[in-house]
Design a protein around this ligand. Structure first.
Ligand SMILES: [Zn+2]
Length: 255
């Protein structure tokens, strides 16, 4: 039976996500930005929270964990390398581990760079990946606890997922990301089409998420640092992809 997903905006621009297995009622929240918002989403769907899948330790992804655990007795699964900075952790996971939500099995991918222990959850059969603040639609997270090389390798790991994988990220930043991406690749027709789509979605109050790996490969400048035309476009012909990535990231930080 296919997974059911419920996506909702909370705080200012965080995304909350519920992943539900209708065959047995299991439901996981991916991160817990805000307990009240997660509870409202559960109530709206009529789902019972069984698990929280934490991607990284930042407060805007973990603030709701303690209250939700107290209210629901749910299991909290978190990256081993950041477990000491996350409240209420029951199970720690690392690269290659599997997590089970009802009958759905997700694989843990370590994607350090935004934070040193950041992880993503990939549900291969359901064609879903929850990538936290590593990859955004047409963007990527700031490199706060790693090097450009660390982050680039993490993005390559996500880029290697199947093209039709639906990507759920931690924030709605797409409009600003598209604006920036057009400064890197103004002639990218797929990016220009995405820009128009994003304007339509945002102006009608709809999310730009999920995206797909295929869509990101053709529009996201951070996943395209090894495309010769992208390097040439920013004056870095023949530079190493990681140098191109670092340059694009530095420009975005100041954008
Ligand atoms: Zn973060």
């Amino acid at each position: 039976m296919p997974a059911e997903i419920h996506l909702f905006v909370c705080r200012k621009d965080n995304y909350g996500v519920l992943l539900h297995d209708p065959s047995n009622g299991a439901a996981a929240a991916v991160d817990a930005p805000d307990a009240a918002a997660v509870n409202a989403a559960l109530k709206e769907k009529g789902w019972k929270l069984t698990d929280i899948l934490v991607t990284h330790h930042h407060e805007d992804h973990t603030a709701g964990i303690a209250d939700l655990k107290r209210q629901h007795g749910c299991r909290v699964i978190a990256p081993r390398k950041e477990a000491s900075r996350i409240p209420g952790v029951d199970v720690t996971v690392r690269e290659g581990d599997f997590v089970t939500i009802g009958s759905m099995v997700g694989r843990v991918l370590e994607t350090p760079g935004h934070t040193a222990g950041h992880i993503a959850y990939w549900f291969k059969s359901e064609k879903l990946a929850f990538v936290g603040d590593t990859l955004f639609s047409v963007g990527c997270g700031r490199v706060l606890e790693g090097t450009a090389e660390t982050m680039w390798q993490s993005l390559l790991k996500l880029r290697n997922l199947p093209n039709d994988t639906q990507i759920y990220c931690g924030h709605e930043y797409t409009a600003a990301n598209v604006h920036f991406a057009l400064t890197i690749e103004p002639k990218n027709a797929t990016l220009r089409a995405r820009a128009e789509e994003v304007v339509r979605l945002v102006s009608s109050g709809r999310p730009t998420i999920p995206t797909t790996i295929a869509a990101e490969k053709s529009t996201n400048p951070f996943l395209r640092a090894d495309v010769p035309g992208v390097a040439a476009g920013i004056g870095l012909t023949d530079a190493a992809p990681v140098q191109v990535f670092a340059t694009i990231r530095a420009r975005k930080d100041k954008f």
